[in-house]
Design a binder for this molecule. Structure first.
Ligand code: SF4
Length: 388
């Protein structure tokens, strides 16, 4: 094997920075340090319905099974942080979309930059040279590799944290077939802090560094395709796509700098959006509005499900007409969660709409949601009298 080229390693890093990656480090291609804890996490069922995690377990544990020729791994991070606060949201019925989803879908942005990086390496590196880029859709334990490459450490909140720059970063990887000079891992700097563990609204951390995805608001509002468990709905709050809380409370994010990447600037209507109009988006309106945005991952039915839950949690009487409209949505998932939200509101009008909905509803699951909502609302009605 050729000797690693220190000046080539440096030039690759400079090129990555020139392409907009604020974090860059290089590691040898090895089995990830946390492969055993990853396997344990899967075995305990903490991945929930993330079936692709189970399907790709072996690939994730052995990068050489994905890229047999790979010798070195360039890990990169791109800042997506936009410093708009939650507190600007007032008490109007507004939802919260995770910061990473305010702009354009990062997969394409990062993949195309990594392709440019590969082209640059091909120009300045030895030949023949193989390379392959991944952006979180590939079967790669990217935080593990980024940690070994010295980009940061994996915090108790399971995010990769740079000691100087925080954790608001998208990660990507470029596997290369050449030896390079490798960086040193950074030690864990969480210390005695447990702010993220305490702040999680759904208590999704079963312990430091261990997330039960089945309780995580990001999982519930993005990855979960079906019904949000009833006992978790009140804890989801006004989150309609992702969460951010475990990153917002992290002291290493206090000095986070805003991104200068135009693709991640917030699109109109994605920062703290008004919830009520979102509940009547048609399939076509949803497609047009979120084209090229990470939000499409939730699909219309998942997104409107989340909007209904958020409105149920906010309990704004202004939302009652929109929720009654959603009782007639084409998707049973939306009808059922709208029923739950009306049950939370518990007003006379909401209860009447639920009773009427029950007469016309054919879907057994939605019927049971409506019945539960009526029971909950009428129980509340006996205790208090609602204005509407
Ligand atoms: Fe670590 Fe504290 Fe940040 Fe959690 S909030 S990741 S414990 S430093």
């Amino acid at each position: 094997m050729n000797r690693p080229d220190a000046s080539l390693s440096l030039r690759i890093k400079e090129e990555a920075q020139r392409l907009g990656f604020q974090l860059v480090g290089i590691s040898p291609v090895k089995r990830p340090a946390h492969e055993e804890s990853f396997a344990e996490w899967l075995r305990k069922g903490f991945a929930g319905e993330l079936a692709y995690m189970h399907r790709t377990e072996e690939l994730r544990r052995d990068p050489h099974s994905v890229v047999p020729w790979a010798v070195s791994l360039v890990s990169v991070g791109m800042n997506y942080f936009t410093p708009l606060p939650r507190s600007a949201m007032s008490d109007a019925p507004r939802g919260w979309i995770s910061r990473y989803a305010w702009g354009n879908d990062y997969h394409e942005v990062i993949r195309s930059r990594l392709e440019l990086l590969l082209e640059a390496v091909r120009e300045i590196g030895p030949r023949p040279l193989e390379g392959k880029a991944f952006v979180d859709s590939g079967p790669v334990l990217e935080r593990d590799h980024a940690g070994v490459a010295g980009l940061g450490w994996i915090g108790k909140n399971t995010h990769l944290i740079s000691p100087q720059k925080g954790s608001w970063f998208f990660l990507g990887e470029l596997f290369l077939s050449i030896p390079l000079v490798y960086d040193q891992p950074i030690r864990d700097r969480c210390g005695n802090c447990d702010l993220c563990l305490k702040a999680c609204p759904t208590a999704a951390f079963v312990g430091p560094y261990i997330l039960d995805a089945r309780r995580c608001i990001s999982y519930l509002t993005i990855e979960l395709k079906g019904w949000i468990p009833r006992y978790l709905r009140p804890l989801v709050g006004n989150h309609i796509f992702g969460c951010d809380i475990c990153q917002e409370v992290c002291p290493y994010n206090i000095k986070a700098q805003p991104t200068s990447e135009p693709a991640y600037r917030p699109r109109e209507g994605l920062y703290a959006p008004d919830l009520i109009p979102l509940l009547s988006l048609s399939q076509e309106e949803f497609r047009n509005r979120f084209h090229g945005s990470p939000i499409v991952r939730a699909k219309r039915r998942g997104f409107l499900r989340n909007v209904a839950v958020a409105l149920g949690n906010i309990r704004s009487v202004e939302a009652v007409p929109a929720l009654i409209g959603a009782l007639h949505d084409e998707e049973s998932l939306v009808r059922g969660h709208a029923a739950w939200a009306l049950g939370q509101l518990g007003s006379k009008r909401a209860i009447a709409a639920l009773k009427s909905g029950l007469r016309h509803e054919a879907d057994a699951e939605v019927r049971s949601e409506i019945e539960a909502a009526i029971n909950e609302a009428t129980a509340g009605e006996q205790e208090t009298s609602s204005p509407e």
